[in-house]
Structure formats: C-alpha cells, structure tokens
Design a binder for this molecule. Structure first.
Ligand code: DQA
Length: 144
C-alpha cells in the first residue's frame, strides 16, 4: 500500500481561483490537487486532499491522519491559522508531522496574520510561493 499524505484546507479555500486572485493566484484547489497527484504518482505516494469551512472537521481530520498512519499532513488552515488554539492542540496531540502551508506570505500582510497558532505547533512552514507552496511542502513531506 502506498503511503498517504493528507492535504487539509480550511475556510474559503474552496473559492481558490476566483478569491482575490491578485493575492492567491488563479489556480483552483482542483488544479492544486492535480499537480500534487502527478507528483505523488512519480514518488509512489498517495494524497488525500480535503477542504472544509468548519474548524472541527480539520481537528477530526488531523486525528484521522494519525489513525490512518499517514506519512505527513500538509495543512493550510486559512484564517483559522491565526485564531485556532484547537488546531494548535490537535497538531501537538498527534505524532504525524504537520507542515503549515500558505499561498501568500502572511508576514507581509495585515498584523492579524502575523501570529500563527498552526506554525507554533507545526514541524515546518512553507509560504509565499502561491500554488507552488503546496508542491514544495509535498517535496519536504515526501522526504520525511
Ligand atoms: C492563507 C493565508 C491566511 O491568512 C488567509 O486567512 C487564508 C489563506 C494563504 O494560503 O495564504 O485564508 O492561508
């Protein structure tokens, strides 16, 4: 059985492609899924990409990643990045490595984006490369 890397996406990321394209680019989440699937096939891995606008789903999926023996989790928690102690605790609660991903670079944006509860618990962070952030994070995760 090929190992799986979970790719979890939080609120508003279902709107990628049309959502503030000057910040987030024109790729949709399906485009990103396709790009990751191509690379996963080359590496003999699988991806399980999900999106939810609900914080609790992301918490449940982090637990599930560990229960399913996933190699790693890529997590773009969207705005929950900057608010969610529950996600911080969930990342701490599992042994599965979690890599924080952002399309934009939150540190160059509004002050409220400068704090990351996800980043404070994650193994690593990749941000600011647009859709390529996911691919770079995937490369890192595949080498863990
Ligand atoms: C984001 C950055 C967050 O600050 C924002 O709330 C998002 C997207 C990114 O991928 O750049 O929803 O996570």
């Amino acid at each position: 059985m090929p190992e799986t890397i979970f790719v979890l996406n939080g609120p508003n990321l279902n709107l990628l492609g049309t959502r503030e394209p000057e910040i987030y680019g024109s790729d949709t989440l399906d485009d990103i899924a396709g790009m990751l699937e191509d690379r996963a096939r080359e590496l003999g891995l699988e991806i399980d990409l999900r999106q939810s606008n609900h914080e609790g789903h992301l918490v449940d999926w982090l637990h599930e990643a560990q229960a399913e023996g996933a190699r790693a989790v890529l997590l773009n928690a969207g705005a929950f990045t900057h608010t969610s102690v529950a996600l911080h605790d969930a990342i701490k609660a599992i042994r599965t490595p979690v890599i924080e991903v952002h399309l934009s670079n939150p540190h160059t944006r509004e002050a409220f984006r400068h704090k990351s509860y996800v980043g404070m618990a994650a193994k690593a962070t990749i941000a600011g490369f647009g859709a390529q952030s996911y691919l770079l994070a995937f490369e890192g995760a595949s080498r863990l």
